[in-house]
Design a protein around this ligand. Structure first.
Ligand code: C5P
Length: 242
C-alpha cells in the first residue's frame, strides 16, 4: 500500500509569539517544517508529500522545499481557517503531479495513487521515523485509523463552561495523542466530506463509528506551541550537536 503524508503547517503560531508562521521558525538552523519534512520523506512506501502552508508564505515554503533533494512528489498548497480545513486542502491535492509516476507504475506495478494517508503536524518536528512506521504498519495490518499516543501523567477533569468539574475519567484509560495519524485514504476523505471540524482527524472517523487504534507515541513528538516548547526544542538540537 503506497503512502502519502500531508504535513499541516498553516497555523499562525500566535501562542508562540513569533513574528513568522510557526512552521517557518528555525531550530538548529532548520525550520520546523524542514525538520518534519526530512523525516516524512524517509517513510517506507512513500509516493507523495503535500505541505499545507500559510497562504501568506507560499513562495517561501516552495523555495525551502526546492532546496531539499527527494525522489518523492512534494506539493505545496495553501491552508484554511482551521486545522481541519488545512487537512482538507491537503487531501484535495493528493495525486497532483503523480501523472508521470503513475504511468511508470502501470508499467512496473509498484507505484500507485496513495492508499494510506498520514496527517502530520509540522509543529511536531522531532517525531522519530519509527513512530511513522508504527502507524503505517498498523494501517497495513487492517486498521482504518491509527494514532500514536502516550499515557497521561496528570489527572484530567471534564469541566463545564463555568469551570465546574463534571467528571474525572480514569487516568489509566487516557492517552495524549500525537501525529502522524494514519488512515485508509477513502475513509479519511469520507470523514472530511462531513464538513465537521475537530482538533484531530481521528475524531472525525470516531464520529462515523470507526475504531481508532492507539500505538505507542514518543516524548520527542511534542508539539512546539509555546515559548517554553521552543526552548525545549532548542535544547534538544543543542544536545544533538554536543
Ligand atoms: O493549532 P495547533 O497547534 O493545533 O496546530 C497543529 C498543526 O496544525 C500545526 O502544525 C499548524 O501549523 C497546523 N495548522 C494548519 N492550519 C491551521 C491551523 C493549524 O495547518 N489553520
Amino acid at each position: 500500500m503506497s503512502v502519502a503524508v500531508i504535513i499541516v503547517a498553516a497555523g499562525s503560531g500566535s501562542r508562540l509569539g513569533a513574528d513568522l508562521p510557526k512552521a517557518l521558525v528555525e531550530i538548529g538552523g532548520r525550520t520546523l517544517l524542514e525538520h518534519s519534512l526530512r523525516t516524512a520523506l524517509e517513510v517506507s512506501g512513500l509516493v507523495q508529500v503535500v505541505v499545507v502552508a500559510p497562504a501568506t508564505h507560499l513562495e517561501a515554503v516552495i523555495e525551502l522545499i526546492d532546496g531539499i533533494r527527494t525522489s518523492s512528489a512534494v506539493h505545496v498548497v495553501a491552508g484554511g481557517a482551521d486545522r481541519t480545513a488545512s487537512v482538507a486542502a491537503g487531501l484535495a491535492a493528493l495525486d497532483d503531479g503523480l501523472g508521470d509516476e503513475l504511468d511508470d507504475a502501470d508499467a512496473q506495478g509498484d507505484l500507485a495513487e496513495p492508499q494510506v494517508v498520514l496527517v502530520h503536524d509540522a509543529a511536531r518536528c522531532f517525531t522519530p521515523l519509527d513512530v511513522y512506521e508504527r502507524v503505517v504498519d498498523a494501517v497495513r495490518d487492517g486498521w482504518v485509523a491509527v494514532v500514536p499516543g502516550l499515557p497521561v501523567v496528570d489527572t484530567v477533569k471534564v469541566v463545564d463552561e463555568r469551570g465546574v468539574v463534571r467528571s474525572t475519567p480514569p487516568r489509566e484509560q487516557l492517552r495524549a495523542v500525537q501525529t502522524p495519524q494514519g488512515f485508509v485514504r477513502d475513509e479519511l476523505e469520507a470523514a472530511h466530506a462531513s464538513g465537521v471540524s475537530a482538533t484531530d482527524d481521528a475524531a472525525l472517523l470516531e464520529a462515523l463509528g470507526h475504531h481508532v487504534l492507539v500505538v505507542e507515541g514518543d516524548p520527542l513528538s511534542f508539539k512546539v506551541t509555546t515559548p517554553a516548547d521552543l526552548d525545549r526544542a532548542h535544547r534538544h538540537t543543542a544536545s544533538l550537536s554536543t
